[in-house]
Ligand binder design. Structure first.
Ligand SMILES: C[S@@+](CC[C@H](N)C(=O)[O-])C[C@H]1O[C@@H](n2cnc3c(N)ncnc32)[C@H](O)[C@@H]1O
Length: 400
């Protein structure tokens, strides 16, 4: 029920192995076969193909680096991956040439980047942003195969990462290097930026799991009850949409974590992975309120596991309404699509078609914001809303 658009996405990821067991003197020496005309913009012998791809520039074991400065209307991208993944990446490039995702961004943007006390920089709304508005839409500038990151690093791997950034268009390279790193000084710079600012995503190949970096998205700070939701579509484009009305001057946030985890777990995770113990309103409320919140979150888990199982017995409308109430009480607007979906399916399985249609329509509206209009569950809810009695779940819990 949570598989959006065929692309598996998770929030910021922790990639500590990238920094561990570094071999060598830590100095990066790049070895180009041509001369360099300007710092960081190496000229070399590789020719662009018809779509702007250059490479492989260089390989390390089974991983190679490709780049394309025409990608997404000239934004550019560097890719460290396996040979067999490149056809798929190139196909994505062709899709993005036909429709540049960056055109979806409002100009001027509805936010400024400003200092936020205790958090570094952050994204602040400079006008009222209504629910459902696209806040930002960006293609990745660096895509790195997951196993390359997750296995212990070596100097050669770090050189490949450095080169990947150096061959980006200069304006994008500057943005990339300006990203925050939550890892202590002395760490390899590009690796540290990736650790702090990457999203996991999959391309539809046998071994398609990658980390992607989007420098503009990287300015969004964390809140366990964020005012936006994000998803990454089948073309690896990152979308951030408002899940509620955002006031002028309010910080725009996403959740880096599972917001349905208990408070202590959320704080432990944010500390371990990003170096801060979350003190968002949900985390910093009085302990008595935290206890009540954790109890509600545990009840959400319990109800969801019953409602998700076809074989569950004793499912009632009261349980469905209770789940929706708990989501509201917990202010989980950024995740309510799944709850509406479960409500629609379970009402249909109980034979309550009008209620099934009501929640399927709400799921479509919310799911479009959270996962995009073509997310598989959004499409499925559209089908259910159109013909509840013809749906395979109809009266599935009570007999035909
Ligand atoms: C992806 S960056 C977010 C943007 C960053 N603040 C900047 O200046 O570019 C993640 C880092 O921002 C900081 N950060 C994000 N959310 C935070 C929060 N809720 N409280 C404190 N620090 C936060 C942490 O240092 C974290 O490692």
């Amino acid at each position: 029920l949570t598989d959006y658009s065929g692309v598996e996405t998770c929030p910021w990821s922790q990639q500590r192995p990238l920094l561990s067991t570094c071999v060598g003197d830590g100095q990066t020496k790049l070895n180009f076969s041509g001369s360099s005309s300007s710092p960081g913009q190496p000229q070399h012998k590789f020719k662009e193909d018809d779509w702007g791809w250059i490479g492989p520039h260089k390989c390390f074991q089974k991983w190679c680096l490709w780049s394309n400065n025409q990608f997404a209307g000239g934004r550019g991208i560097s890719v460290i991956t396996l040979h067999e993944n490149m056809n798929q990446v190139k196909a994505i490039g062709v899709n993005l040439n036909n429709a540049n995702p960056l055109d979806a961004n409002a100009f001027p943007p509805p936010y400024n980047i400003d200092e936020v006390p205790g958090k570094g920089l952050g994204v602040i709304a400079n006008k009222i942003i209504s629910r459902g508005t696209q806040v930002m839409t960006y293609s990745p500038v660096l895509l790195v195969h997951k196993e390359f990151i997750d296995t212990p690093t070596t100097q050669k791997k770090r050189q490949l990462l450095d080169l990947a950034v150096q061959v980006l268009p200069e304006n994008v390279r500057t943005k990339f290097e300006a990203q925050m790193s939550s890892v202590g000084s002395g760490a390899h710079k590009i690796a540290a930026i990736l650790i702090t600012n990457s999203f996991q995503m999959s391309i539809p190949t046998k071994d398609g799991h990658h980390y992607g970096n989007f420098p503009e998205v990287s300015r969004l700070n964390h809140n366990c009850r964020p005012n936006t939701a994000f998803h990454i579509d089948e073309n690896l484009v990152h979308h951030v949409n408002a899940v509620q009305k955002i006031k002028k001057g309010e910080e725009i946030s996403i959740s880096y974590l599972d917001p349905v985890a208990p408070r202590d777990e959320r704080q432990k995770r944010s500390l371990a992975a990003w170096g801060f113990s979350c003190d968002c309103p949900a985390c910093s409320q009085h302990n008595l309120l935290v206890k009540l919140s954790d109890e509600r979150l545990a009840e959400i888990h319990e109800l969801e596991s019953k409602l998700q199982s076809y074989g569950s017995e004793g499912i009632t409308a009261k349980m469905i309404e209770r789940l929706l109430k708990l989501y509201k009480q917990e202010k989980l607007e950024s995740r309510v699509f799944g709850a509406y979906t479960l409500a629609a399916l379970n009402y249909n399985m109980l034979g309550w078609d009008r209620m099934a249609v009501k929640y399927a329509k709400m799921a479509v509206e919310e799911g479009t914001i959270e996962g995009g209009p073509e997310a598989p569950d959004v499409v499925a809810m559209r089908v259910l809303a159109g013909d509840p009695r013809g749906h395979f779940t109809w009266r599935g819990r009570v007999g035909k």
